[in-house]
Design a protein around this ligand. Structure first.
Ligand code: HAS
Ligand code: CU
Length: 548
């Protein structure tokens, strides 16, 4: 199939990714304002006119960066991945087009109250904080639109499987579709929270709400959403990066096993965000804590497989000795270096996650800046810097242009690392050592301690460097799209070959039914009893609060 047969699919991808980048740019503007506020420099009036408070800015930062940047990037990228990996056009393109339309409509609907200070409820929108109904309805439409993208990919894969009986699904398409299926099951929690609790409540159809039930439904989705963010990066780390490093994927079966384990284990762990919530029996919290340790296993598998694959690449490029292969990796290719730095940082973020998951240690770090440190290593670097690395080949491909300033792109990656290390390490330390609370306008707090200052200043410096890195990134993207030369040859999606032929991968690693059944059974066992309890004792009596 000729490459330009995918014109419609690529145009769709370009829209998704363009909107994602716009959100990242706007949302990140609040980062420096937040770190500066923490050291007593309040620049909101000057640099964010119209934004009424630190908390309105923080809501925009969280919604745009954690929810909009990720969701739009992922739906666009996975569409590109699926069609190119299957070498098959979308089976029902209107499903995917409708998905995008719903996502955009929802985004506009949610953006209005956010900008008008009528949805200053942070990105977790915990009741009894109560936002304008358009905020909840808009976010719901974004989720429904993302489901349609998923269905579009699912129908396409089903068509491919019919046309290729007995063949193994190409790994990139498999990982892409699995990510969307996991997300569709995971987001049922938030859909229920929106439809049964928050939307009727914000419209005044019911008088009150039940914050504990709402939080539990939220975290049913809120934990697996982090793997919805992570798995597209894994698609690239397994399916593309080995090729970019000049090597091969070490094991196709291990890669598939990791994805299946994410399908089964991503969801039944959400109570690890609610260890401190009263009203849920410790038995269920302990079960979720244990299952959280289980879901680290596919990431440990991933660490093993991707390091082995990169080693194959480094050695193929002439690297010798125990560690000599590392130096031979293509560090000068910003697409590679961004993703390699993302992996290195993820090793730190993963260790932090394992600490968070400990039922007892969580009491020390919960609701402190430690958690902010954790998710800037994971979401803010493992995921975001990987996505940035992907755009270093994907944007030239979509625009048909050369990457504008390879040098700027290279510097951008290292600047991110140099900014993120002090930023996140100081946040971890401030939380662990001093219990400094998260989501707090520290600069204005009466309990701000001078002891915290050196670390807060370090965090601010790191935050400013991160912002500079992002600015450089935008120059590269905008320069590529509008100011660069046409590519002589279209840039290709890198596709890694496996060390052993994928046809040798056992059939049970390409068979949906058993894994879907296991997923549903585990969800029913781990969430069924506590949810039934909460629904039975639901008390819709909490009035809404508008504290901003
Ligand atoms: Fe987390 C809170 C536990 C992973 C995001 N997490 C959060 C929040 C966010 C977040 C946003 O148990 C805050 C939510 C809020 O606002 O309240 N997290 C974990 C665990 C993992 C984990 C066990 N988190 C993530 C990922 C995220 C993310 C991924 C985003 C994408 N997290 C928690 C808990 C809380 C929490 C509690 C609640 C805390 C509280 O009290 O509020 C695990 O999945 C991590 C496993 C990962 C590893 C690392 C594997 C390493 C790899 C790289 C290898 C390559 C190398 C380099 C080393 C074990 C795969 C190669 C070599 C070269 C040469 C380049
Ligand atoms: Cu979690």
């Amino acid at each position: 199939m000729a490459e330009n047969d995918f014109r419609l699919e690529e145009r769709l991808t370009a829209w998704h990714i363009g909107i994602a980048l716009g959100a990242l740019f706007l949302g990140s503007w609040f980062g420096p304002l937040q770190v500066l506020e923490h050291i007593g420099i309040d620049l909101y009036g000057k640099l964010a006119p119209g934004i009424k408070s630190y908390y309105q800015g923080l809501s925009l930062h969280g919604v745009l960066n954690a929810l909009v940047w990720t969701t739009f990037f992922i739906t666009g990228f996975l569409t590109f991945c699926a069609v190119h990996s299957l070498k098959m056009k979308l089976r029902y393109p209107w499903v995917n087009i409708l998905g995008l339309v719903l996502m955009v409509a929802g985004l506009l609907m949610a953006a209005a109250p956010l900008l008008l200070n009528a949805a200053t409820v942070l990105y977790t929108f915990y009741p009894p904080l109560k936002a304008n109904p358009f905020f909840y309805i808009g976010l719901t439409l974004v989720v429904v639109g993302s489901w349609l993208t998923g269905f579009g990919l699912y129908f396409t894969l089903a068509g491919w499987r019919k046309a290729h009986p007995g063949a193994r699904t190409p790994l990139i398409a498999f990982g892409s579709v699995l990510t969307m299926v996991m997300w569709q099951i995971a987001s049922l929690g938030i859909a229920a929270e929106m439809l049964f609790l928050l939307i009727p409540w914000s419209l005044g159809m019911v008088q009150g709400t039940d914050p504990l039930l709402a939080r539990t439904l939220f975290w049913f989705t809120g934990h697996p959403i982090v793997y919805f963010w992570l798995l597209p990066a894994y698609v690239s780390w397994y399916g593309m990066l080995p090729k970019q490093a000049g090597g091969k994927l070490f094991s196709d079966p291990l890669a598939r096993l990791a994805f299946w384990l994410f399908l089964v284990l991503s969801i039944p762990v959400g109570l690890h965000h609610q260890f401190t919530d009263p009203g849920i029996s410790p038995t269920w919290k302990a079960l979720h804590a244990i299952l959280t340790y289980a879901v680290t296993f596919p990431s440990l598998l991933t660490a093993f497989t991707v390091i082995a694959s990169l080693e194959l690449g480094g050695r193929a490029r002439g690297g010798k000795g125990l560690f000599g292969w590392i130096r031979k990796l293509p560090w000068k290719d910003p697409s590679f270096s961004a993703q390699a730095v993302a992996m290195l940082i993820f090793a730190l973020g993963g260790v932090g996650g394992i600490i968070n998951a400990s039922y007892s240690v969580n009491l020390v770090v919960h609701n402190t800046l430690w958690i902010v440190g954790h998710f800037h290593l994971t979401l803010g670097t493992a995921v975001t810097l990987s996505f940035i690395g992907i755009t270093y080949w994907l944007v030239p491909r979509l625009a048909g242009k050369e990457l504008w300033s390879l040098r700027a792109a290279r510097i951008q990656v290292w600047l991110w690392l140099i900014g993120m290390l002090p930023f996140s390490l100081s946040h971890h330390f401030l939380g662990l050592r001093f219990g400094v609370p998260r989501r707090t306008m520290l600069g204005a707090s009466p309990y701000l301690s001078p002891e915290w200052n050196p670390l807060l200043i370090l965090a601010a410096l790191g935050g400013l460097l991160l912002w500079a890195s992002l600015l450089l990134y935008f120059f590269v993207v905008v320069g590529t799209v509008f100011g660069s030369r046409k590519l002589a040859q279209p840039a290709e999606m890198p596709v890694a070959e496996a060390l052993r032929d994928a046809r040798e991968t056992p059939a049970w690693l390409d068979s949906w039914r058993p894994w879907l059944v296991a997923t549903i059974i585990l969800i029913l066992l781990s969430y069924g009893p506590p949810l039934i309890d909460l629904v039975r004792s639901a008390d819709l009596s909490s009035p809404g609060l508008r504290v901003w």
